[in-house]
Design a protein around this ligand. Structure first.
Ligand code: FAD
Length: 495
């Protein structure tokens, strides 16, 4: 048997612009097989999201189709990689089959994934399998944008991080990384559909009955579909690229429109970035953002690029300070005595707090698996500083509900809103949900879309704490914003 390889897919679920996959393909002359491992015991995790998993499975199906149309293959198995790889190696030995000569994957920066990957790398090396990893969904990895390279000091404030990030983009290496994405568009347009791009199918390896892996895609779909609560959108690289092209025409007005939740003014790309159907370098290439500077005067495009940099900033924070996953970035806010009222938490989750803008956001989340960024900030501030509930409860709930739920930006967003993170909203700046609603949803169009009982209510009652909303059978506010803000200030100031 000729040498062959495995590309272990994780959150790089596409073919084009996938450097690690490409290296595998080059080394094995196209004899690369795709593998995805997921252990069904994760289905029971308290922050597991069946909706996001359904979207993930759809993405895997799209990838499998893409690979098969090009002569390749993807096997989805119900096993931890720590168990799966040794099983395959001993199977190869038993059957006197050539083991994979190379196993590749794209790098991940989450604490759990880094530990797992180090374990797998060691295991494979000990068994004589060559491994290779590459950068994928970020343009610059956390170790590349440092405050002090010698001391390995990382940036804790967004602006200097972003300035350094923009400098790196303008240098040859940054420009090269963007230029190398030029194939994505023609791939999307179908000009590169070579049916013989890959030269191996799993059948060639798994012919015998005692092959240790079974395709689990269908069983995952069956088990998971029972728990899905929202319509799952189309997924995969093609859908993601289509979305990118749709957004292209709105890019110039992004800065003016991005804060208004009733307007479709943002890219809706986060869910595709999360699983690697699309990457930041591909977006920069297609939207022609590569020559922008931190001080450029271009408004919409620059603002948009700065948002992508926020994403990379939060990855950098998570990489350098993995403890933020469980505690506040700022030590002096680790002992806040949250009230953690469980009834309030339930009302927040179901969107019946009596604050129309908050309830609209929470219902949008529940009904669609997405929430507008401005509203994410409002509901997060409300949970922590009006309901006095630990930001980790909110973070956990978002992870359960968001299709784009992603540890680094979710944790960053929550710690920003709760004023416990790096470069956060100062603790004494407390969003007033009534004023936020009036400013960002002045005619109540967003509120009326998601809080159906207020559809006929006059706009003036939507943003007024004293407004009478009883005729519409809408609940009274569960707390008084002023009184709660005063309590929050005390909680944050207490040593
Ligand atoms: P756009 O406005 O079109 O932005 C483009 C891209 O930039 C986004 O897709 C995203 O990748 C990135 N981005 C935009 N804003 C931010 C930001 N504030 N921080 C980091 N990256 C950003 N984003 C997630 O991807 N996953 C999460 O789990 C997540 N949880 C959040 C929780 C809270 C409390 C807050 C305040 C923000 C959170 N965000 C999260 C950031 C942001 O709200 C979403 O990325 C954005 O709303 C997604 O919609 P979009 O793709 O249309 O964004």
């Amino acid at each position: 048997m000729a040498p062959w390889g495995i590309h272990w897919f994780r959150r790089d679920l596409r073919i084009v612009g996938n450097t690690a996959l490409r290296e595998n393909w080059q080394q094995t002359k196209g004899r690369t097989l795709g593998l995805f491992c997921f252990d069904s015991k994760f289905l029971g995790r308290s922050d597991f999201s069946s909706n996001r998993f359904a979207f993930f499975l759809k993405t895997l199906k799209a990838l499998q189709k893409d690979l098969r149309e090009r002569g390749g293959d993807l096997l989805v198995i119900d096993k931890l990689p720590q168990k799966a790889f040794p099983q395959l190696l001993s199977y190869c030995q038993k059957k006197q089959l050539l083991p994979p000569s190379i196993i590749t994957w794209s790098r991940d920066y989450e604490p759990f994934a880094r530990d797992r990957d180090a374990e797998i790398e060691k295991l494979l090396k000990e068994n004589g399998v060559f491994t290779k990893t590459n950068r994928d969904h970020l343009l610059f990895e956390p170790h590349e944008i440092l405050k002090n390279e010698k001391r390995g000091e990382f940036y804790q404030i967004y602006s200097p991080f972003a300035r350094r990030w923009f400098e790196a983009l303008s240098r040859d290496e940054g420009q090269l990384r963007i230029a190398s994405q030029k194939g994505a568009k023609s791939y999307f347009e179908g000009n590169r559909r070579d049916p013989n791009l890959f030269k191996l199918r799993w059948q060639a390896i798994s012919k015998t009955q005692d092959f240790p892996w079974q395709d689990a895609m269908e069983s995952f779909e069956q088990i998971n579909s029972k728990q899905v609560t929202i319509p799952i959108p189309e997924a995969g690289f093609h859908r993601a690229y289509e979305q990118l092209l749709l957004f292209k025409s709105d890019l110039q007005s992004y800065k003016e429109r991005r804060d208004f939740p009733s307007v479709s003014g943002t890219s809706r790309l986060a869910q595709f970035l999360k699983n690697g159907s699309l990457t930041v370098p591909q977006i920069i290439y297609e939207l022609k953002l590569k020559d922008l500077h931190w001080t450029s005067t271009s408004h919409g495009p620059l603002q948009f690029l700065k948002e992508l940099v926020w994403r990379e900033f939060y990855y950098s924070i998570l990489f350098h300070r993995p403890d933020v996953e469980v505690q506040s970035f700022l030590p002096h806010y680790r002992n806040i005595e949250w009230e953690n009222n469980e009834d309030f938490f339930e009302r927040w989750k179901e969107g019946t707090t009596g604050f129309p803008i908050v309830d609209a956001g929470m219902r949008e989340l529940r009904q669609t698996g997405w929430m507008h960024n401005r509203v994410r900030m409002i509901v997060a501030s409300f949970l922590t500083k009006d309901l006095l509930i630990d930001w980790r409860w909110g973070e956990h709930h978002f992870m359960k509900e968001l299709l784009d739920g992603d540890l680094a930006p979710n944790n960053g967003g929550w710690q920003w809103a709760a004023s416990t993170g790096c470069d956060p909203q100062p603790y004494f700046r407390i969003f007033n949900p009534w004023l936020q609603g009036a400013k960002f949803d002045p005619d109540g169009a967003y509120i009326k879309t998601f809080v159906s009982e207020l559809r006929e209510a006059p706009t003036k009652v939507l943003h007024n704490p004293e407004g009478d909303r009883k005729p519409w059978k809408y609940p009274d506010p569960i707390v008084n914003h002023r009184a709660q803000s005063a309590k929050a200030l005390l909680l944050y100031r207490r040593p």
